[in-house]
Ligand binder design. Structure first.
Ligand SMILES: [Zn+2]
Length: 96
């Protein structure tokens, strides 16, 4: 990617973000609220190709990993028991 005199830096950075990051969403099965996580595309690919989530995203919170594991299309991962709860519903259930 080339830089041109007078090109806005913000525009250049937006291009990079689009190429290297992915916004993954999951919908709460209780209240339909959607949560989203932004992940580096290369690491997300690793996960989609069969990587273990705790190894690919060790610094992510359990809730962020839940979003990735229960992602809506196009990032859906084939899981037999997909059940995502948003942070609020999770707390309502007293599970934390
Ligand atoms: Zn919810």
């Amino acid at each position: 990617m080339g830089y041109f005199p007078g090109m806005h830096v913000a525009d250049a950075m937006a291009d990079v973000a689009e190429d290297s990051e992915r916004v993954v969403r999951a919908a709460c099965q209780q209240c339909a609220v959607r949560e989203q996580v932004t992940v580096p595309a290369d690491r997300h690919d690793k996960y989609l190709q069969g990587g273990l989530i705790q190894e690919v995203f060790p610094e992510y919170s359990a809730q962020q990993r839940e979003v990735l594991m229960n992602a809506l299309p196009p990032w859906r991962v084939d899981r037999p028991f997909s059940y995502f709860l948003c942070t609020d519903c999770w707390h309502d259930m007293g599970a934390e």
